[in-house]
Design a protein around this ligand. Structure first.
Ligand code: NAD
Length: 804
């Protein structure tokens, strides 16, 4: 037998990881209570549930099944602890977090084994990926705790945070949630997933070991319908951070609507894995293994759609099949296996159903010749070809080791196929031509783009979705803003239903007439502002106009009564203007300056309009116009200064965190400050490259409609700003429900805010609402700045490894 033959026939022997220490720990506990205020407590119901080992279906241990009464106790504990924890100095919080990181490292092997047992993922992955990343997350955020005062001045923790996590990366998802939350001074009630609570319970012991103050971290196990629901609806929870399916995310969006709870959603995905013909195909094969067979394919950002350039497709698929034949599925604690067990029999059943559906729809299935272990929940690596972009297995997140492959001819076609999904979590691009890869990366609508690599994560680089993959980022500085709010909001200005007339100001002041009006009693020339859509002044579809009254109650003019059709046309026009996103920041800045220049020329006229509508005096009105000019200058300045950053994750490479426009945004302007409020919303959104459909204040719309003459003369491309006047809530609802609007800002009533949050759930558009509270738009801290810019962009992290 020669060496080659030996090599061909070489078999893996078993290489099991010992589980005795973990088994002894499980035995010692027998059953786990809830972790509240650093104590183990019995669930109120006295009910327990089993956690099982997916590799053999056997029970591991009993854990408490909490009810809403337990959630109340945990939230109260977190609230009590918040008082002191939110005031705990940065350095002290940093020390606690450092202690957590150290403890995690000390228990690394224990946690790896426990995670494998409870989840079914391979020990190779828990040992080399999950647990090291957990420790890294706590170290990294210990750093942000230390720097919070300096790096986030003017921000405060939000309060008690309810956190709900899935089963696919149990401890890693816990770390992604808890580390930034407590670093920023919040306290936490966390619900682990039903199938995988055990590493969270071991983590609770680590919290005790690290000596964290009681109540800062509380862990409540139980069913979604009990614990999850109670957390989401709890009136004393200030924020919900959720990772899980898009379907549940949508229902959480609806049930928290209007409550004022901050919300971040990390949801599902169907990520493309794009291979160009110049890619190194052997590396690609290993990339595919990591993309779709990592963690049995139960990865939100799994590269589950292989898009390969036609001329290399057959070659790649042959190599891939050969590699699949060599993959090993089996006991997760065996160090030599590639693919472990599926988390539960019901998840296995879902995968089997979808695979059967794929076959029924005519797709060609390929699986290796060997069989999976018969005991436990296992599924073999599977490749589907002969699928169409609309097939269900191409569109639906299977969340298992199933890959679908399609071909493309040109880069443009690759982009089209890649974006042909409701999700937008991640994408991999494989090409040896860096120019091509970096050209494609911004065109893919996804939060993480991996160039010649896949499924790489780091605490320094934000992770999160576009479109129905959710909103919010975890990791990086951008992730911190999910857990803080501006300090000024603590002493918020209450809701007012009336337009603002600052007390004692301008009430007796007359609106100055021009000299002509004074001299001749001429009848005014009728000037009814129309809607402004696609750069044109258009009559409203309804054919109706709405009267606008002045502050004195007398008719001041009329505006068009926009309706659903007008909003749709405006959204279409905004989409048609999408080239604005690729205008250079310098160019966008020039146009904002030009708008300011043209407004300045007419400041007297604009001031007069403000006086008529609000009853303010000339001084105040001019102050508003001047503040508007300053605001335009601010955003012109920021266009090329609100930039992304370059992260340095611990690998040979960089991550480019790019700020990208969100797309078509709706903005619903406040009543107070008719000009300044309107421009304060429109300017940041267009500065960042979005196109806008703006609904002016219904009580004082004329300052906004006057603006379109300014826009027309300032080189603003048609369709970048569209203005639809009319009844606010009705128009806002159309925008909120519109599937082609990507984000919506609403500054109206509390009721309207609830409606916007609720109605936006259908396409998971990002919303920013004021819950009926007013801002002082004159104050630059409340009325302008990075808060507005952050809400105008989404962060895309592009991972670029280097070196041969
Ligand atoms: P899931 O949505 O069923 O459950 C997630 C968590 O929410 C669990 O703890 C569950 O008990 C709880 N939950 C379920 N219904 C609830 C409700 N009505 N109210 C409150 N809580 C509720 O998801 P899953 O099956 O556990 O996880 C798989 C999904 O998670 C996939 O869609 C995957 O893409 C997604 N995921 C996303 C990310 C990300 O970062 N974007 C990461 C991991 C997993």
């Amino acid at each position: 037998m020669n060496v080659m033959e030996l090599f061909e026939t070489m078999e893996y022997g078993p290489a099991p990881e010992a589980a005795n220490t973990v088994q002894a720990w499980l035995k010692e506990h027998e059953r786990f209570g809830l972790f509240i205020e650093n104590q183990w407590v019995e669930p109120a119901s006295g009910q327990y549930m089993e956690s099982t080992n997916p590799a053999n279906g056997k029970a591991l241990v009993q854990v408490a099944s909490a009810s809403s009464a337990d959630v109340d106790v945990a939230v109260a504990a977190a609230r009590k602890a918040f008082k002191a924890w939110s005031k705990t100095p940065d350095h002290v919080r940093a020390r606690y977090m450092y202690a957590l990181a150290r403890q995690i490292q000390k228990h690394a092997r224990f946690l790896s084994v426990l995670e494998s047992l409870d989840n079914g993922k391979s020990i190779r992955e828990t040992r080399d990926i999950d647990i090291p990343l957990v420790a890294r997350h706590f170290y990294y955020h210990a750093g942000w705790a230390q720097l919070m005062g300096r790096e986030l001045p003017g921000y405060e923790p939000v309060g008690v945070v309810g956190q709900i996590i899935p089963w696919n990366f149990p401890l890693l998802m816990l770390a992604w949630k808890i580390a930034p939350a407590i670093a920023m001074g919040n306290t936490v009630v966390l619900k682990p997933a039903r199938y995988t609570p055990l590493t969270a319970l071991k983590f609770a012991e680590i919290v005790q070991e690290a000596g964290l103050p009681a109540g800062v971290i509380n862990i409540v196990t139980g069913e979604a319908s009990q614990v999850g629901d109670a957390l989401v609806k709890h009136p004393d929870v200030n924020k919900i951070a959720f990772t899980g399916s898009t379907e549940v995310g949508r229902s959480i969006r609806r049930s928290t609507a209007g409550s004022g709870k901050k919300l971040s959603l990390e949801l599902g995905g169907k990520s493309p894995f794009i291979v160009f013909d110049d890619a190194d195909l052997d590396s690609v094969v290993e990339g595919v293994v990591d993309a779709i067979w990592f963690n049995q394919g139960q990865v939100c950002c799994a590269g589950s759609r292989l898009l390969v350039q036609e001329n290399v497709a057959e070659r790649l698929l042959n190599k891939l099949r050969a590699r699949m034949e060599k993959l090993r599925v089996g006991d997760p604690l065996d160090k030599g296996i590639d693919i472990g067990a599926i988390v539960s029999p019901s998840q296995l059943q879902e995968i089997e159903c979808l695979v059967a559906q794929g076959e029924a729809e005519g797709a060609e299935k390929w699986q290796p010749s060997w069989a999976c272990p018969s005991e436990g929940s296992f599924f073999p690596p599977t490749l589907f070809t002969n699928v169409s972009p609309a097939s269900s297995i191409v569109q639906v997140e299977i969340f298992g080791p199933v890959l679908v492959a399609m071909t493309f001819r040109t880069p443009a076609e690759a982009v089209q196929l890649a974006n042909n999904t409701r999700y937008g979590l991640a994408a991999s691009i494989w090409s040896d031509n860096i120019n091509l890869a970096l050209d494609i990366a911004p065109k893919i609508q996804a939060g993480s783009i991996w160039i010649n690599c896949t499924n790489v994560f780091d605490a320094s680089s934000g992770f999160g979705g576009y479109r129905e993959s959710g909103y919010g980022r975890e990791g990086g500085k951008e992730g911190l803003y999910e857990y803080v709010h501006p300090s000024w909001e603590t002493s918020q200005i209450p809701e007012k239903s009336q337009r603002t007339r600052p007390q004692g100001v301008g009430e007796n002041e007359e609106v100055a007439n021009t000299s002509e009006e004074a001299e001749f009693a001429l009848p005014a020339i009728d000037r009814t502002p129309k809607l402004f859509i696609g750069g044109k002044q258009v009559r409203p579809d309804s054919g109706y106009s709405l009267g606008v009254k002045g502050a004195d109650g007398k008719p001041l003019g009329e505006v068009g009564e926009g309706n659903r059709k007008d909003v749709r046309n405006a959204v279409e026009a905004a989409h048609a203007a999408s080239k604005w996103a690729s205008a250079t920041p310098h160019n966008r800045a020039q146009i904002l300056y030009y708008i300011a220049e043209n407004l300045a020329v007419r400041e007297g006229e604009f001031a007069r309009r403000i006086m008529q509508q609000t009853g303010r005096g000339r001084k105040e009105a001019l102050q508003e116009v001047h503040a508007t000019l300053s605001r335009l200058f601010s955003y012109a300045a920021w266009t090329d200064k609100f930039e992304g950053v370059i992260h340095r994750p611990p690998m040979r490479g960089v991550t480019l965190a790019m700020h990208e426009p969100i797309g078509v945004m709706g903005v619903v302007a406040p009543d107070e400050y008719p000009l300044l409020g309107f421009i304060s919303l429109v300017a940041p959104t267009i500065a960042m490259g979005n196109t806008v459909v703006a609904i002016p204040s219904p009580t004082a719309p004329l300052s906004a409609t006057d603006c379109y003459q300014i826009f027309e003369t300032s080189d603003l491309p048609a369709g970048v700003v569209n203005i639809v006047t009319g009844e606010r809530e009705g128009l806002a609802k159309v925008l909120a429900e519109h599937e082609d609007v990507d984000a919506l800002w609403y500054f109206g009533s509390a009721r309207g805010a609830k409606m916007v949050e609720e109605s936006s759930a259908s396409n998971m558009k990002r919303t920013w609402v004021n819950y009926g509270r007013q801002r002082d738009w004159l104050d630059p801290i409340q009325g302008e700045g990075e808060e507005f810019l952050r809400a105008s962009v989404q962060v895309k992290n592009i991972w670029v490894p280097y070196g041969e």
